[in-house]
Design a protein around this ligand. Structure first.
Ligand code: CTP
Ligand code: MG
Length: 215
């Protein structure tokens, strides 16, 4: 059975709201609850939530205090997780996640060390130096914008998170740590709808989309 680690311990500095981002009310409920519902609809009931100091996890979830970095929050949540061979990690900042994202990512673990949900990059993407002079135009057909959920065999995630603190602090996603160790990471195709709420603009778009879903 899979267990879920829902990371919700960030402050939401770029959103600039009056409370931690995952607890901002979005289409009538705290942002993180949309992800909890999607997890349960996917049949995943064992959910560990990393929360900021002073905040409580939603009813029926296991709460742990998050760390100073996202990776540290993941590490703390994993340490509190009940037994289970597969682990799915998700950002509470992606409230538009669908149950199928979780089930697809877990199914893709059959022939990989990790499976990550990602959307094709729709824009022409170039590389430039500090001087803003273009050095390359990338082959768009090979580019993926990485999202969560990300699914792992538990031992793989545990090993990846046991790296030195400097590497852990550099990790913007958990799968990168697995790649560094030579692991096989598979992509599961998603859409841009599963975006991360980062700015006030994102919050407005998410509220509109989730409001429509509830109707
Ligand atoms: N997160 C966490 N612990 C941290 C930092 C982030 O659990 N120390 C979680 C956030 O709550 C979020 C996810 O990781 O669900 C992705 O992080 P991000 O979008 O950067 O959220 P914040 O760190 O809250 O936002 P900001 O960077 O603007 O402060
Ligand atoms: Mg952050």
């Amino acid at each position: 059975m899979a267990v879920a680690l829902l990371v919700a311990a960030g402050s939401g500095e770029r959103l600039g709201s009056d409370r931690p981002k995952a607890f901002v009310v979005l289409a009538g409920r705290p942002m993180l609850e949309w992800s909890v519902d999607a997890l349960r609809a996917a049949g995943i009931d064992e959910i560990v939530v990393a929360v900021p100091p002073g905040e409580a996890a939603p009813a029926g979830c296991i709460g742990v205090e998050g760390g100073a970095t996202r990776s540290e929050s993941v590490r703390r949540a994993l340490a509190a997780a009940p037994p289970g061979e597969a682990v799915v990690v998700h950002d509470a900042a992606r409230p538009l996640v669908r149950p199928q994202h979780f089930t697809d990512a877990l199914a893709a673990l059959a022939d990989a060390d990790a499976a990550i949900v990602a959307a094709r990059v729709p824009h022409t993407t170039k590389e430039a130096g500090e001087d803003l002079v273009v050095t390359a135009t990338l082959d768009r057909s090979r580019l993926w914008a990485i999202q969560t959920p990300q699914a792992f065999h538990r031992v793989v995630l545990q090993r990846a998170l046991d790296c030195d603190p400097a590497t852990l602090a550099r990790a913007t996603d958990d799968a990168w740590l697995v790649e560094q160790a030579g692991g096989r990471v598979r992509i599961v195709e998603s859409t841009p709808e599963n975006f991360k709420v980062t700015t006030p603009h994102d919050l407005k778009v998410a509220a509109l989309l989730l409001g429509e879903r509830g109707a």
